[in-house]
Design a binder for this molecule. Structure first.
Ligand SMILES: [Zn+2]
Length: 206
């Protein structure tokens, strides 16, 4: 039998620290199905307009499947995880909070898992059945939407008009890039399954 560790138990019971930014400060979702997000930010994060653009693009693009996202909770990241350089740190993020709502970790710096010298803008990270999104606060405004595509079962794509295509391209223009017709049924099926199995939660309707 493992020794009783009151200190560790106490740590687990401590509530996560709320952030100065509140969910009400961020865009609301008006879709039929609003996926709830548990947002984690560095303590010194002070760029709500960056969050707003990420959420707005995600909501615009997810509208084709009748879905959207809304931040339900905002937490402060522990200082040692404000910069993610290693696979171990990506996994440590998974110990914060609960598996649902879907966790969106915004970090000051996100290194490539295979090449620590390379920088990543976002990643959908899975560990067992759990999944969470890590975004670098230097990421372009469509990064959250792209990662939500992965959460909803999409791989990368070679279609020019797909948001899941990572290749730099001049055509089509960014506002014409979204989830392609052939991607949408996969997303709908995955969303339905994840809601059914409680891997995702929706924002309660007021
Ligand atoms: Zn990707």
């Amino acid at each position: 039998m493992p020794p009783f560790r009151p200190f560790l138990l106490l740590l687990c019971l401590l509530p996560a620290r709320a952030h100065a930014l509140a969910p009400a400060d961020l865009p609301a979702c008006h879709a039929r199905t609003c996926i709830a997000l548990d947002l984690w930010l560095p303590a010194d994060f002070a760029d709500p307009s960056w969050l707003e653009s990420q959420l707005t693009v995600a909501n615009e693009r997810l509208a084709v499947i009748g879905a959207g996202v809304q931040v339900a909770l905002v937490h402060t990241l522990p200082p040692e995880l404000r910069q993610i350089d290693t696979v171990a740190q990506r996994n440590q993020l998974g110990h914060l909070g609960q598996q649902t709502p879907l966790r969106w970790f915004v970090v000051a710096h996100l290194a490539d898992a295979a090449d620590p010298a390379a920088v990543r803008k976002g990643v959908t990270w899975r560990n067992g059945a759990a999944v969470w999104v890590i975004g670098s606060q230097t990421g372009m405004r469509w990064v959250l939407a792209h990662e939500l595509g992965h959460v909803l079962g999409l791989p990368h794509s070679t279609e020019a008009a797909s948001l899941m295509n990572k290749k730099p391209r001049i055509w089509p223009p960014p506002w014409q890039i979204g989830f392609a017709a052939r991607e949408q049924p996969v997303m709908k099926r995955t969303l339905a399954r994840m809601l059914r199995t409680h891997a995702l939660q929706t924002v309660p309707v007021e």
